[in-house]
Design a protein around this ligand. Structure first.
Ligand SMILES: Cc1ncc(COP(=O)(O)O)c(C=O)c1O
Length: 437
């Protein structure tokens, strides 16, 4: 069949779009909410016991979730919390990070990573990324100083970067390593699940993540002492006894907690979702890699380097173009072909519309904002060493460049074969006009 002129002309130029029905929302876990979630949530409601530690007839959903995570992914300890942001704060406090310390973090991340460091009283030391869109180990080595205390390694957009090398660098320099796996639940690298490379790892179960309980998260770690600190800090600062009551007499656990417990209702949802995580990520991974392979002969589109495709959790396809102008025009043209989700979703966009994921788009960082009147932590005398750091654009050349030249396509977890074909067809159609391919 030969295409008519109207079909060949790009939709952005008035031609017929490849499709007119929106693709599904990007929210990966949400599409899979079903009877399993309902059954477990109902069980908690029927028992009138939505608190994880005690109640009329507790169902211990959160505890079961934590146990299954340890069994499934090989973690020593897992503790569910109420958000990924809280998980990061707790992880930093557990490692005793505070004023006078620097935490190394990549410039492509999420605002929560920076806010957790700043609220801990420490200084974010930004590190550049490489073609994995995760921290560049070479730049990490360059940025390590006598102030460095920990590395916050964020597995961005579904897959880890050079995690083994970075773990080795952290070990060599005696730095704590926190993996932020919020965007990569269910991912792995060469057979090792994310969260097993560092000292502590955090996850988010917020709505946009690979599995969801609406809000929620998880902290995993190896060390028993660290785990006790984490448990106390996520709660009200103290350990609990077997009956679930506080034990303030235990002098090894007397801290300031942040009230980030997961309720058993959220635990029920997270448990049901967690049992589907492999299927959810499997669906995204296979759709994403089918698209990548079908487009692999177009040299003008460079795909993000994923070190181990088998361990990619698959929620995003990242494409990089020759320059910023072609990137913006290409992504707009693909979107015009009908490659986007329903109104309000973020399915197809240039990275410049990806907001608080990029360091220079975070005004509270560039303007060094504070939650308190004294300007803490920027004004803290122990942080005087960092007074000259300027977080505006220009600090990280690779970040700045990839931000300008890259676009992102969300891969919904329920794409059909026909949806995948449409995505491939739309990208090929735009490439045929823009690149003459
Ligand atoms: C990399 C990263 N870290 C942390 C978070 C924070 O998670 P939450 O929204 O559950 O607080 C998110 C997501 O929102 C994230 O993408």
């Amino acid at each position: 069949m030969t295409l008519t002129d109207q079909q060949q002309r790009l939709a952005i130029d008035g031609g017929t779009p490849v499709r007119t029905t929106p693709l599904p929302w990007e929210l990966p876990g949400a599409h899979w909410i079903g009877e399993e979630e309902r059954e477990l949530v109902d069980r908690v409601l029927r028992s009138k016991s939505p608190f994880r530690f005690y109640g009329i007839d507790p169902q211990f959903m959160v505890e079961t979730l934590e146990r299954e995570w340890c069994e499934t992914y090989g973690y020593n300890h897992a503790l569910a919390v109420n958000s990924g942001t809280a998980a990061l704060s707790i992880a930093l406090s557990a490692l005793e990070v505070g004023p006078g310390d620097e935490v190394l973090v990549a410039g492509y991340m999420w605002v929560s990573c920076i806010s957790a460091i700043v609220r801990a009283g420490a200084i974010p030391r930004l590190v550049d990324i490489d073609d994995t869109f995760c921290m560049d180990p070479k730049d990490l080595e360059r940025k390590i100083s006598s102030r460095s205390r920990a590395v916050l390694l964020v597995h961005m957009s579904g897959a880890p970067g050079h995690v083994t090398e970075i773990a080795e660098i952290a070990r060599k320099h005696g730095l704590g390593l926190i993996e932020d796996c919020a965007q990569a639940a269910g991912a792995s690298q060469n057979g090792t699940p994310v969260g097993r490379f560092g000292d502590i790892a955090t996850f988010s179960f917020q709505m946009n993540k690979n599995m969801t309980s609406g809000d929620g998260g998880m902290i995993v770690c190896k060390d028993d002492v660290l785990y006790r600190r984490i448990v106390a800090m996520h709660d009200l600062g103290y350990a609990r006894n077997d009956a679930g009551r506080f034990d303030p007499e235990d002098t090894t656990c007397q801290f300031w907690g942040i009230g980030a417990r997961m309720s058993d209702l959220a635990g029920a949802m997270a448990l049901a979702q967690s049992r589907k995580l492999g299927k959810i990520t499997g669906a995204m991974r296979s759709a994403k890699w089918r698209i990548r392979e079908a487009l692999s002969d177009i040299p003008d589109i460079k795909f993000r380097h994923v070190i181990d495709p088998n361990g990619d959790s698959g929620p995003f396809l990242i494409m990089t173009f020759e320059d910023a102008d072609i990137c913006s025009r290409f992504m707009a043209a693909v979107k015009a072909e009908g490659i986007h989700g329903p109104e309000g979703s973020l399915g197809c966009l240039p990275m410049r519309d990806w907001g608080l994921h990029w360091y220079f788009n975070i005004p509270s960082l560039t303007e060094k904002r504070s939650n308190t009147r004294d300007g803490f932590p920027w004004s803290h005398p122990d942080n005087a060493f960092a007074s000259q750091i300027d977080y505006h654009r220009g600090l990280l050349p690779v970040c700045d460049d990839l931000h300008d030249r890259s676009g992102l396509l969300s891969i919904a977890s329920i794409l059909t074969e026909a949806d995948v074909d449409d995505i491939v067809q739309a990208i090929r159609k735009v490439a045929s006009v823009y690149f003459n391919r």
